[in-house]
Design a protein around this ligand. Structure first.
Ligand code: AMP
Ligand code: GLY
Length: 425
């Protein structure tokens, strides 16, 4: 079988999980990453380029005869990295900039949803501050304020009162989220448990992946500030997501991809649907143009597929649902974070116990914010440091093993939630 060399962009636990799965493919040749992290450099070589520079990525990939570029995070997609790579005739996993607007512009995503008749929160969009404030006052109650553009997961203010909403509007228009906040979306507040559904697509065929549930708040009991995600499990059991709910969610993914196609936009890559399971059924909170982090860390380990072949098929337009099968196992992933995250935190703390934890049955420790020293020590280098992931035949076992593995790992300031998946038990 002929192998191909692969360049992966990104540096999080998501990318470590993608890299590990790509490395397992018989099609994988040499693997390169940028910017990468301490765990990824054990599997791949560093590419000395910036992931956010489309021309640089595309030229480097061409010079090194790369056969597939995989884009992990959203920013390079919105910048047009996939367009530049494809323009060199190199297959790329991830949507072109035009299609990545599903994440890059909330207003764009809302318009597509309206045309596709997809259930989502009612909204209004504003570029005028006074009009936006007047509307929030008129609502006189809970609402959600969103900066229109990319804000690294921070541009959403869930406001219980008019004062909180006005403060959110002020943050956006005062530039707290840069240009992302020049357009502001005001949404109806939805209530219920959240559920993520990732889907692979080549622009026509949509292959839904397993459901998962992230835990966004920093502390136990869903208290504290929003984070990038503190832990996740998959699949979401039926008492939380009914078969009807799942059908609705899959239908939404299909309808959105079909709508984009009808609008002349081929969406190829991973489409991430974030849903609120309201009493009136699932409604879309947001779409992302890439795999979720930490969702990927529980979805990929349960997936039976040759990820290189599947990613190439997404690019080529030959995706086939039969190429992806699932384990019956359960997966739970607990994020070990630095003290102070999501606020300011210290880096450079030595991490011990990763090898011991990794030797436990069913455990994989994905690196997120880590770096390797010349002596081979692993140091903390970010807010979210490690994703300790367990796969086991029952949910209870997976959860128990994940937490047992967390206890084996130590670093100064280690912080984690002790209730990941408690709701599903
Ligand atoms: P997003 O970055 O759009 O996923 O929003 C971050 C989080 O804000 C979501 O995971 C939800 O917890 C919350 N959120 C977003 N939109 C709404 C909404 N319309 N109603 C209630 N909560 C929301
Ligand atoms: N886990 C949330 C996200 O990837 O956006």
């Amino acid at each position: 079988m002929n192998t191909i060399d692969i360049l992966l962009l990104g540096a999080g636990g998501r990318e470590h999980a993608l890299l590990k799965k790509l490395a397992e493919s018989p099609r994988a040749g040499k693997l390169y990453v940028t910017p990468g992290n301490g765990g990824m450099f054990q599997l791949a070589e560093a590419a000395p380029i910036s992931q956010d520079d489309p021309q640089q990525v595309a030229s480097w990939a061409a010079e090194h005869s790369i056969g597939l570029v995989v884009v992990g995070p959203e920013a390079p997609l919105v910048e047009g990295v996939a367009d530049a790579v494809r323009a060199q005739g190199i297959p790329c996993f991830g949507p072109n900039a035009n299609a990545a607007r599903m994440e890059g512009s909330k207003e764009f995503a809302k318009q597509v949803m309206a045309r596709a008749n997809v259930p989502t929160a009612a909204y209004k969009s504003f570029t005028d501050r006074a009009a936006c404030e007047a509307y929030v006052r008129e609502l006189a109650g809970p609402c959600v304020i969103k900066a229109d553009g990319l804000a690294a997961g921070k541009g959403v203010i869930v406001a219980q009162t008019t004062d909180e909403a006005l403060a959110g509007v002020a943050q956006c228009f005062d530039g707290a989220f840069g240009d992302a906040g020049k357009t502001v979306v005001v949404e109806e507040m939805l209530e219920g448990p959240e559920c993520s559904l990732l889907a692979l697509t080549d622009g026509t065929t949509v292959v839904p992946l397993a459901t998962s549930q992230d835990h966004k708040r920093a502390y136990d009991g869903d208290k504290g500030p929003n984070t990038g995600g503190m832990g996740v499990y998959s699949p979401v059991p039926e008492h939380l997501v009914s078969a009807d709910d799942l059908n609705t969610m899959v239908d939404v993914m299909n309808r959105v991809v079909a709508q984009l196609k009808a609008d002349g936009i081929t969406y190829s890559g991973c489409l991430y649907g974030g849903f609120m399971l309201t009493k009136d059924g699932p409604k879309v909170l947001e779409f992302n143009a890439r795999f979720g982090d930490p969702e990927t860390q529980v979805v990929l380990p349960r997936m039976h597929a040759d990820l290189v072949e599947v990613f190439l098929a997404c690019d080529k337009g030959t995706l086939d649902a039969s190429s992806v099968l699932w384990d019956d196992d359960w997966a739970v992933s607990v994020v070990l974070a630095s003290a102070g995250y999501p606020g300011s935190y210290e880096s450079g703390k030595r991490i011990t116990g990763i090898d011991a934890a990794s030797q436990m049955p069913g455990i994989t420790v994905y690196h997120a914010g880590t770096k390797l020293t010349a002596d081979g020590d692993v140091l903390t280098a970010g807010g979210r440091v490690l994703d300790v992931t367990a796969v086991a035949p029952t949910f209870a076992q997976a959860r128990e093993q994940a937490y047992a593995a967390c206890d084996l790992i130590d670093f100064d300031g280690k912080q984690f939630r002790t209730d990941i998946g408690a709701r599903a038990l």
